[in-house]
Design a protein around this ligand. Structure first.
Ligand code: TIU
Length: 231
């Protein structure tokens, strides 16, 4: 089992039981005119995560890792949208209103879809989620159980919102999370840095933090005899 350098200590990546989970790399968050910008954010802050994620996704596909994508969004009739979420932000536009990429954060609209650079291929489940966490009101629990997944390599946006919520949900379900600092991003650089520190603090209270280069190296390393692990 390859050991990935990480904080607070190395992560034993079991490629048979690990999945790559890419959170919400959607046009509505990354491109102008979508939900992210509607909330008043500078969406260009998220772009640096795209290239490292592209490289990681290619390596994960090559290594045969199980890969899942999530999308935050709602049904066209808004039946899965709480009023509390709909009115949040008090902006001129809200979820379900027309924007330059179609109705904002609505399943089936152009803005809701995953950016072309990281588009899923056949065999990679896309999990539509109405909340911030990927476990709430989704099939993720069943999907993970069916594939025998016990570890998640977690990437995507935003670090302190959907990535953090998902990592916390996974951690409480006994799933080990390795979060990659260059494959996650926030509209607020200071929140990104602090959110990652929070994951690895207190002996890895929510999980581990590493980077794409370290995981790619582990995925492409020749198989070695099993080594004993200290954790
Ligand atoms: N607003 C913000 O930072 N994020 C979200 O609303 N969703 C995700 O993080 N995907």
């Amino acid at each position: 089992m390859p050991l990935v350098p990480a904080k607070p200590y190395e992560f034993g990546l079991d490629t048979e039981k690990a999945a790559l989970l890419i959170i919400d790399m959607q046009r509505d968050f990354v491109e102008p005119g979508g939900f992210g910008e509607m909330l008043g954010n500078d969406v260009s802050q998220l772009r640096p995560s795209i290239e490292p994620l592209k490289a990681l996704l290619a390596a994960a596909r090559q290594a045969g890792l199980f890969i899942m994508h999530t999308r935050e969004g709602h049904k066209p009739d808004l039946s899965d949208l709480h009023e509390a979420k709909r009115v949040r932000g008090r902006g001129a536009k809200t979820i379900g209103d027309e924007g330059p990429m179609g109705r904002i954060l609505i399943i089936g609209e152009a803005g809701h879809d995953i950016i072309p650079e990281l588009y899923p291929i056949e065999g990679e489940p896309v999990i539509d989620k109405p909340g911030k966490g990927a476990f709430y009101n989704t099939e993720l629990t069943d999907l993970i159980a069916a594939h025998g997944i016990t570890q998640l390599v977690v990437c995507g946006v935003t670090t302190e919102v959907c990535v953090h919520t998902t990592v916390r949900e996974a951690n409480d379900r006994g799933i080990e999370c390795l979060v990659l600092d260059d494959c996650t991003a926030s509209y607020f650089p200071e929140f990104h840095a602090t959110a990652l520190r929070m994951i690895a603090a207190q002996g890895g209270i929510f999980g581990w933090v590493s980077n794409s280069k370290s995981v790619i190296a582990a995925l492409t390393a020749p198989a070695e005899p099993a080594v004993s692990q200290a954790h």
